[in-house]
Design a protein around this ligand. Structure first.
Ligand SMILES: C[S@@+](CC[C@H](N)C(=O)[O-])C[C@H]1O[C@@H](n2cnc3c(N)ncnc32)[C@H](O)[C@@H]1O
Length: 235
């Protein structure tokens, strides 16, 4: 099961979302044109591509993902590889290692290994920055079974964040919030294409019942805040 449709022409790949995300990111770390960046689970790589342009990076950033999208961003070096495999063999150093909405997809023991290996690859002022859905305060539109699964996943996320921030002495930063305005029709298409990981294991029947629920529950235009929390780990 893979996440092919996460940033497939959704708000998550829109220029305004990316602009707002990157300006929040740059408040957490000082980067310049010489910075070297790695994005683990980069999806189509649009965020990293846009960040590279904004900083006028001298060297191309590296984005890795197990999915290889035809329409991926060409401003980055993309590698189709599993995060652990890449980190074990890579020798390059980075100023920023970004994991945006990807950490929850790994097993707990793999998360620890990923972070230990990542730490070793940081330059002296380098940082690992992890973004994940705000586990306490989120407004993602759901249908009932989706909501239950999401809440369960968020409890796990909360434990992951707590455990990482304790073991790696990380700093939790709240406050990234993006106002999403989306037609119910488009959001239903996103749900149908299983854009978010909690939908991945669901049968066609469950999704189709869920879509009927969403149809009744929401107005023609859906608006909500997409809220993330961020965890900053220093070397
Ligand atoms: C929810 S998406 C986030 C994409 C992007 N970071 C963003 O925020 O727009 C999670 C991404 O992690 C990738 N992924 C999942 N497991 C992975 C692994 N073992 N190694 C590398 N990438 C992985 C998925 O293919 C997917 O593109």
């Amino acid at each position: 099961m893979s996440l092919k449709n996460w940033d497939n022409k959704t708000w998550l790949s829109s220029p305004s979302y990316i602009k707002s995300f990157n300006s929040f990111l740059l408040k957490q770390i000082k980067l310049n044109k010489n910075s070297q960046i790695l994005d683990i689970g980069c999806g189509r790589g649009k965020i990293l591509g846009s960040l590279s342009s904004k900083l006028s990076l001298k060297r191309k950033s590296i984005g890795i993902d197990i999915e290889n999208h035809k329409d991926r961003d060409k401003r980055i070096i993309f590698k189709k590889i599993d995060a652990l495999k890449f980190l074990k063999k890579n020798k390059k150093r980075f100023d920023l290692i970004l994991l945006k909405q990807t950490i929850h997809l790994f097993k707990i023991k793999d998360i620890k290994t990923i972070l230990k290996l990542s730490k070793r690859l940081l330059n002296s002022n380098g940082k690992i920055i992890i973004f994940t859905l705000d586990p306490i305060d989120n407004e993602i539109p759901t249908f009932s079974i989706m909501e239950k699964k999401l809440n369960k996943a968020l409890i796990r996320d909360k434990k992951i964040i707590k455990s990482i921030s304790y073991s790696f002495k990380g700093k939790i930063v709240r406050g990234f919030s993006y106002k999403v305005k989306i037609s119910k029709k488009k959001y239903m298409e996103m749900v149908n294409s299983k854009y978010i990981s909690v939908l991945l294991g669901m049968s066609h029947k469950l999704i189709s019942n869920g879509l009927n629920e969403i149809k009744k529950k929401y107005k023609k235009q859906i608006s909500f805040q997409d809220k993330l929390i961020c965890l900053v780990l220093n070397r």
